[in-house]
Design a binder for this molecule. Structure first.
Ligand SMILES: Nc1nc2c(ncn2[C@@H]2O[C@H](COP(=O)(O)OP(=O)(O)O)[C@@H](O)[C@H]2O)c(=O)[nH]1
Ligand SMILES: [Mg+2]
Length: 277
């Protein structure tokens, strides 16, 4: 595995950028991938946030195992961290979730001495590693195409506050955190879920990992190689001379796993549980 971490120059810049954004808000929504709530955060997040109140949005909950999602909620509740299960791909965030965010963030806004009420609407910043759905969440909260989806990290528009009327305001520019890949397994989980676009791993590495997971979950009965053959056959992926196009099958397997075509999977359990692999 090649080294996937950003080099220090980038990191210093990213940190500085986040600090700037943090100054403008009362609280932060940290987006993580619900399938890998540990690997999809930066382990230095607490230090980076410097005490800024934080809501954890376990996004792509629609792709993760329902029962495991609930275990993660229990886990964060035990740690007294506010966490929400979010699926924002369809462009919608529930009223209840918006209210929870609003109430939490409001409690950190200075109160009027006279009325005892917050002096203004709370302001929030969305942060997270690439591809966890930061832009999607901002769009879904805003209820219109307010933030750019799929933009490369660093490619952001001029910062503006978006008014989520009746609830709060969010910065239209998310803060980009960098994943810290502490071991090969964490890297493979990030690659398999699409957080790091295959950087550092070959397609073969990723496909082998996905295949072994699908096998362990009982979704495929054969080994990865046989599954790829069957996939290429059933879809008619052929090269010249009627040879099976296995490379194409690999790409399709990776994409379809990422998008939930094989079902809903969680690749990480809360630390207290078993099966952390
Ligand atoms: N299934 C599913 N896909 C999502 C969800 N949120 C975002 N995505 C997809 O994840 C990819 C990355 O989303 P994007 O918002 O660009 O991530 P960002 O890099 O963190 O801003 C896009 O293909 C989105 O459609 C979700 O809740 N569920
Ligand atoms: Mg984005």
């Amino acid at each position: 595995m090649k080294h996937v971490q950003w080099y220090p120059g980038h990191m210093t810049k990213a940190r500085r950028k986040i600090k700037e954004l943090l100054n403008k808000v009362d609280a932060v929504i940290e987006v993580r991938d619900a399938r890998i709530p540990i690997s999809s955060t930066n382990p230095d997040i607490a230090e980076i946030m410097a005490g800024k109140p934080q809501i954890i949005a376990l996004n792509k909950a629609d792709l993760a195992d329902k029962a495991v999602n609930n275990k993660w909620l229990e886990y964060f509740a035990q740690k007294e961290q506010l966490a929400l299960l979010i699926s924002c791909k369809q462009g919608h965030v529930s009223k209840k979730d918006k209210q929870v965010i609003q109430q939490y963030a409001s409690s950190y806004v200075r109160k009027s001495k006279i009325t005892g009420k917050p002096m203004r609407v709370p302001r929030l910043l969305v942060v997270g590693i690439p591809n966890v759905g930061k832009s999607s969440l901002i769009n879904a909260l805003a209820g219109r195409k307010a933030a750019r989806i799929g933009a490369k990290p660093g490619l952001t528009r001029g910062q503006q506050l978006i008014n989520i009327s009746g609830y709060f305001q969010i910065l239209d520019t998310p803060g980009v955190l960098w994943p810290k890949i502490e071991d090969r397994l964490a890297g493979l989980k990030l690659a398999a879920t699409g957080a790091i676009s295959d950087v550092g791993f070959s397609l073969d590495d990723i496909v082998e990992f996905i295949g072994s997971k699908l096998h362990a979950f009982g979704v495929i009965e054969t080994d990865t190689a046989d599954h790829l053959t069957a996939l290429a056959q059933s879809r008619g992926f052929l090269l010249a001379g009627n040879k099976l196009d296995i490379e194409r099958a690999k790409k399709v397997l990776a994409v379809e796993f990422r998008n939930g075509k094989y079902g809903r999977f969680s690749l990480e359990m809360p630390p207290s549980g078993e099966n952390n692999g």
